[in-house]
Design a binder for this molecule. Structure first.
Ligand SMILES: *[C@@H]1O[C@H](CO)[C@@H](O)[C@H](O)[C@H]1NC(C)=O
Ligand SMILES: *[C@@H]1O[C@H](CO)[C@@H](O)[C@H](O)[C@H]1NC(C)=O
Length: 457
């Protein structure tokens, strides 16, 4: 009896603390009370996603992303910002990226000159495709053939929602495990400018929205059409995810005499500052909801591309590991495909043709803005996540991935290696953010329980 009363009391205390700000009267709704119910534009509940992600997806992704295939991301950090002169200098040493030396790379990625097996294969597949033109019309002149190659390239490029760092010589491989996304100290004018230009100059905005706020208040979001809302929610969700990471892996101490690598961990205050209703004009929970939205959107892309991704080799030159990676990805895709409530992309772009074009141009421009990010580590993760989202959008909306199940088994080249790496890592980021929200939720609850225990004892 006594035991159950204590449990009840604790439950009650948690409830009171959570939903009326009991333990901290001046901070109403500081917790997750408004983070409930349906995910906007989707058919499932936040709770459902929490369970599905934290139990089924997150652990799988975590081990998958440690595999060599996903661990090395090729990125150009030297391309100049096309829009303004970047005047920032990153003041913190934790901003910098350690790029990989040749010797650290798996055999399949080595050698800038000698093309690796992967690109060779891709080229073979491309020329196979080109041969199809020969069958159709053997009288093609060399010039026409060249033109068609160019068209192919162009078609591929216009399907892309991102500017891709392709084979340019300034690109380098970054080991993502060695350069985790976390607090960097990158803030102030330069950082603000990035988000300002994304929200104010590249998002669709309601006619009479104020430019004083970067975000669009939830109340007037309905003035936008579905596609425009989706664009905004995707950007906002990405932003929320990045801020969750910075709060979850915060620099707790930078003591030169202590651990030279710094001490890192969750910072609840930082999280509350960024997301509590009180400090965000009531919008914080909406931003977190957008995190769930973009998660479901990217997950849907993975499910849609599953028949294609299941046939990918995940080549790194290490046979055993490549086999493991293939098995792990099949397992993950299976779990994701069985999830019933993905975002439904078929409701989009059924009207105005121009809208799709605008949507793509806006997003491509956002990916260009990533070249303006002043802190190299933030740039790596910014580029990776926009490229991942861009790849998801390409899968959902380019039409190239429709009816994949029904097309013949011959694999056609659709995604570059770096696009796959970016997509899966981007989902890994969102998945980790949702997982970390749970930690913050527990931290908040425990804080309340401890206080209440003091009252009740
Ligand atoms: C990519 O590589 C090819 C062949 O090496 C070269 O012709 C082309 O200019 C390169 N593209 C870029 C964007 O550097
Ligand atoms: C691209 O973004 C820049 C920087 O925000 C902006 O000035 C420019 O107008 C945008 N261009 C397009 C085509 O949207």
């Amino acid at each position: 009896m006594r035991g159950s009363r204590v449990v009840l009391a604790v439950h009650f205390a948690v409830f009171v603390q959570c939903c009326s700000g009991y333990f901290n009267l001046e901070k109403e709704n500081d917790c997750f009370c408004n983070l409930q119910g349906k995910v906007d534009e989707c058919s499932c509940n936040i709770d459902t996603v929490d369970y599905f992600n934290n139990i089924k997806i997150y652990p799988r992704l975590k081990s998958l992303l440690e595999k060599d295939y996903f661990r090395y991301f090729k990125v150009n950090l030297k391309r100049e910002c096309p829009f303004w002169e970047d005047d920032s200098k990153c003041s913190m040493r934790f901003c910098n990226v350690e790029s990989c030396g040749e010797k650290d790379l798996p055999p399949g990625l080595k050698g800038a000159k000698n093309e690796n097996k992967y690109t060779k294969e891709v080229n073979e597949q491309c020329s196979e495709l080109n041969n199809e033109y020969d069958h159709l019309d053997t009288t093609l002149s060399e010039k026409a053939q060249k033109d068609i190659d160019l068209w192919n390239k162009y078609d591929d490029a216009t399907d892309n929602f991102c500017i891709i760092d392709e084979n340019d010589s300034d690109s380098e491989y970054v080991d993502l495990l060695k350069n985790p996304e976390r607090y960097t100290g990158y803030k102030g004018k330069s950082a603000r400018r990035i988000w300002e230009s994304i929200y104010l100059e590249n998002c669709f905005r309601p006619k009479y929205s104020s430019n004083l706020n970067l975000y669009i208040q939830n109340g007037i979001l309905s003035e936008l059409c579905l596609e425009e809302r989706v664009f905004y929610r995707a950007i906002s969700g990405l932003h929320a995810s990045i801020n969750t990471h910075l709060s979850a892996i915060y620099l707790l101490s930078d003591n030169k005499f202590g651990d030279p690598k710094g001490v890192w961990g969750p910072n609840l205050q930082e999280f509350q500052r960024r997301f509590s209703e009180e400090t965000t004009n009531g919008e914080g929970p909406n931003w977190l909801r957008n995190l769930y939205f973009v998660y479901l959107l990217e997950l849907r892309a993975l499910a849609k591309a599953a028949p294609y991704l299941e046939k990918e080799e995940y080549y790194t030159g290490n046979e055993n590991e490549d086999w493991d990676t293939q098995m792990a990805i099949k397992d993950l895709l299976g779990v994701i495909s069985r999830f019933p409530d993905h975002f439904d992309e078929k409701i989009m772009f059924n009207g105005d043709k121009n809208l799709k074009y605008e949507f793509r141009e806006h997003f491509r421009n956002v990916s260009r803005i990533m070249d303006c990010v002043g802190c190299p580590k933030c740039k790596v993760w910014g580029k990776l996540q926009t490229q991942g989202l861009g790849t998801a959008l390409k899968i959902l909306f380019s039409g190239k991935f429709d009816n994949l199940e029904n097309t013949n088994s011959k694999k056609r080249f659709q995604l570059q290696r770096n696009e796959i790496v970016a997509l899966v890592n981007a989902i890994g980021r969102l998945s980790t953010s949702i997982y970390k929200l749970d930690d913050f939720k527990n931290m908040l609850n425990n804080k309340g329980v401890n206080k209440n225990n003091n009252i009740f004892n």
